[in-house]
Design a binder for this molecule. Structure first.
Ligand code: MN
Length: 217
């Protein structure tokens, strides 16, 4: 009898946790699918260890707080977030976005979206150059971003797992992000971050980026 009760209690807790908790998303492709641009081992560790770690740590950090009833966007927009929620909430959100905008079969954006990029940056190559510079010059760990705000595009970078929703030197809604933490590229590229940045352009699903842009309007 005692044992049955314990089992029941355990299941109840798991069910409650599942309702409240953020979940590690499944990828739309297999770990080796992005080769040779991102290798399978890096993808596996990045998703199943790093992203899983941020997800679990976020769930632990919000478990006894009012944040557990909020969306990840609402959490990240909160000023003066506790450090554990800022780091792991950013890590959870940033990697969700990263997996979504990558694809082994990338689709192009619409002509209207390409026109917007050209109007904003002069050309697609100029946009890539500016974004690549933001990614290459981010000292230490962080992210480079293409953001949308009131229909306009801009490029910036953030440190650690911060992101533009936190309004820390960046603004707007991130629609494209590149992880420049060493864990994202070191197995394959070692210290050659510029090569990793160059490879990134080959696996961006611009249709996914554009749909994030549309959702921001
Ligand atoms: Mn990462």
């Amino acid at each position: 009898m005692m044992k049955l009760l314990q089992v029941h209690y355990l299941c109840l807790r798991i069910n409650i946790l599942r309702v409240m908790a953020f979940e590690l998303p499944k990828l739309n492709y297999d770990y080796p699918a992005l080769e040779p641009y991102i290798d399978a081992k890096t993808m596996e560790i990045h998703h199943s260890k790093h992203h899983a770690g941020y997800t679990n740590n976020l769930n632990n950090a919000i478990s006894d707080t009012d944040f557990k009833n909020q969306s990840i966007e609402e959490i990240l927009k909160t000023e003066n977030l506790p450090t554990a929620i800022r780091n792991n909430g950013g890590g959870y959100y940033n990697h969700c976005l990263f997996w979504e905008i990558l694809s082994p079969t990338p689709k192009p954006g619409s002509k209207a979206f390409i026109d917007l990029i050209e109007k904003t940056f002069g050309s697609c190559d100029s946009m890539k150059e500016e974004f690549g510079k933001a990614a290459a010059t981010r000292f230490g760990s962080g992210w480079a971003w293409l953001c949308a705000q009131n229909g306009d595009l801009s490029i910036c970078s953030t440190a650690n797992q911060d992101n533009p929703l936190m309004r820390q030197g960046c603004g707007g809604t991130p629609i494209l992000g590149l992880d420049v933490w060493e864990h994202a590229y070191y197995l394959n590229y070692q210290n050659r971050r510029p090569e990793y940045i160059k490879a990134f352009w080959e696996i961006i699903d611009w249709a996914a980026v554009e749909s994030k842009y549309q959702a921001s309007l």
